[in-house]
Design a protein around this ligand. Structure first.
Ligand code: 3PG
Length: 208
């Protein structure tokens, strides 16, 4: 899989913050059942790497990735745990080299035209746009499409069920990401039916 193919998996990549690795497998199954195979487990909790390993081993139809990759060593550890893609909120040369070294597809984060141009110069066309809402939202992304037609984005940060369709309607948006599909209270309570319902609504944003 190359990074641009991540955009074709589903209209939404759930961004997951997991407190307890035991929730990982039922959560991934619920998202998959709702129609969202790609899952970004953020490296923001101590449970993240174990959660990635469990999903990779027990839910093979899910495509589990690591998010919040901010240190070069995060890339290698995520790959070793079984991540199938990497997402970073921003990008430096060192971080990009570390993500490249894993040979996994990755979405490096950008928030400006210059950051996107730096990646395009190296042939990277698939990017995360972060933080999408505060950085300017759909209007900002639409403005980038003219001068940077080759760049395609996964906006995250402030994407909600209310504005996701507006982002997805843009030619330079491949998919969107967000945490709204996996509310922490629902995950803590083991309410995976709610997660599946939220995933199904999100999957319907772009018919398969
Ligand atoms: C991310 O890392 O992509 C964001 O934290 C997601 O932000 P959200 O909570 O606004 O969806």
């Amino acid at each position: 899989m190359i990074a641009d193919e991540l955009f074709d998996l589903a209209p939404v990549i759930p961004v997951v913050v997991l407190d307890d690795a035991d929730a990982a497998v039922p959560l991934a199954r619920a998202l998959l059942a709702g129609g969202l195979p790609a899952i970004e487990v953020t490296l923001r909790t101590p449970a993240a790497l174990e959660a990635i390993a469990l999903i990779a081993a027990e839910v093979p139809d899910a495509v589990v990735g690591a998010g919040t990759v901010v240190r070069p060593e995060d890339a290698e550890r995520s790959a070793a745990a079984g991540a199938r893609f990497l997402v970073s909120p921003g990008c430096t040369e060192r971080l990009r080299a570390a993500m490249l070294a894993t040979r996994l597809p990755f979405l490096p984060g950008v928030a400006t035209a210059s950051e996107a141009i730096a990646l395009l110069e190296d042939g990277v066309t698939a990017m995360k746009f972060f933080p999408a809402g505060p950085a300017g939202g759909p209007a900002y992304l639409k403005a980038l499409a003219g001068p940077l037609p080759r760049a395609r984005f996964c906006p995250t940060g402030g994407v909600t069920p209310r504005n996701a369709a507006e982002y997805l309607a843009l030619d330079n948006v491949g998919c969107v990401g967000g945490t709204w599909l996996t509310p922490r209270d629902a995950v803590r309570a083991g309410d995976f039916d709610r997660v599946r319902a939220l995933a199904a609504e999100a999957a319907a944003l772009r018919p398969a």
